[in-house]
Design a protein around this ligand. Structure first.
Ligand SMILES: Cc1ncc(COP(=O)(O)O)c(C=O)c1O
Length: 312
């Protein structure tokens, strides 16, 4: 990772220099990828001179739900964590878009074979970095349908945002890159579309937006829920949550990835089948604009989705 100087991380109640944010190599976090996390965004609004955190309560709710399923006991409650990331972003003095990740991890001596609920060493940390929004770049990506299958709720539940799950996505992503694509879409164990390695998927057919249900082997994406609402309320587009066949991707009018990191990322081809006319679709472009206005605090209807960092 690129070395960052003069920035802070938050770890177990303290703001510490970036280089000092460490966990031991023998921790369960390192040995077994026992770490749950959120990937969150804060967007800078120049005219407001403000940095807005997007949907903080939704991310906190999902993080503590991941902890519950994983039987992890976070040492700090959601309100403490929220105060910590607001202060972290303030201390790092971002006046630009930023990405940050609150994490809960298992520490030393926590191999699961010695599991007892009362001796678990559980820690928390937050890292952050500048990350510019890619919305409105006017371009998109080319993806394949992966030969790897998305993990299922019966073995490694995708609903949990745990680091270990990302090995499944990594296999698919790296294979896609080796094969000359930008990224991959994974099918679930039933052969229906699940999601990308780090994003959910929407397609547009005959003016209707279609996305798989939360039982399709996907993360319960906060962006997905946001876009379902914005498509309906801001663009008057009907949204259907249903199973999606692989071949529907080949004949869709528009396809896009969505997620905190991916925002709304147009997909221009799938398995080298051109999507629509091979350019960013009209509806996708409109949705990118609506989303950009909302996350940056330029649409007052959704002001309560934003947590201002400065002067909070
Ligand atoms: C596997 C996976 N699916 C979907 C998403 C999108 O979720 P969200 O919109 O909550 O960021 C992410 C990103 O965090 C992800 O890692």
């Amino acid at each position: 990772m690129k070395k960052r100087t003069m920035t802070y991380a938050w770890m177990n109640g303290e703001f510490i220099p970036w280089d000092e944010a460490k966990v031991h190599v023998s921790s369960s976090c390192v040995m077994l990828a026992s770490r749950i996390f959120e990937g969150m965004r804060a967007y800078w609004n120049d005219s407001h001179e403000q940095l807005y955190i997007f949907k903080s309560p939704d991310h906190l709710r999902r993080l503590y739900q991941s902890a519950k399923i994983m039987r992890m006991s976070p040492p700090y409650v959601a309100s403490q964590l929220e105060s910590a990331y607001v202060e972290l972003l303030t201390r790092n003095s971002y006046r630009e878009d930023a990405h940050f990740m609150p994490s809960i991890y298992l520490g030393i001596g926590q191999h699961f074979m010695s599991y007892t609920p009362d001796t678990i060493d559980t820690g928390m940390y937050i890292t952050s970095a500048p990350r510019k929004s890619q919305l409105g770049s006017g371009t998109g990506i080319n993806v394949c349908v992966s030969s790897w299958t998305r993990i299922s709720d019966r073995d490694m539940p995708p609903r949990i945002k745990v680091a270990a799950n990302y090995q499944n996505g990594r296999l698919a992503h790296v294979q896609a890159r080796e094969d000359g694509y930008d990224d991959a879409i994974l099918l679930n164990e039933r052969g229906k579309m699940a999601e990308g390695p780090s994003a959910c998927v929407f397609l547009i057919r005959h003016g209707t937006a279609i996305t798989p249900p939360v039982t399709a082997g996907i993360l319960e994406s906060i962006t997905r829920a946001t876009l379902i609402q914005l498509l309906q309320d801001e663009l008057s587009v009907r949204v259907i949550e249903r199973e999606v066949d692989r071949t529907e991707l080949y004949i869709a009018d528009e396809v896009f990835f969505c997620g905190s990191a991916f925002e709304v990322t147009p997909i221009l081809s799938v398995d080298r089948y051109v999507v629509g006319n091979g350019k960013v679709g009209d509806l996708t472009a409109k949705l990118q604009h609506v989303y950009d206005q909302v996350i940056r605090g330029n649409n007052p209807t959704y002001a309560d989705w934003l947590l201002p960092v400065y002067g909070a």
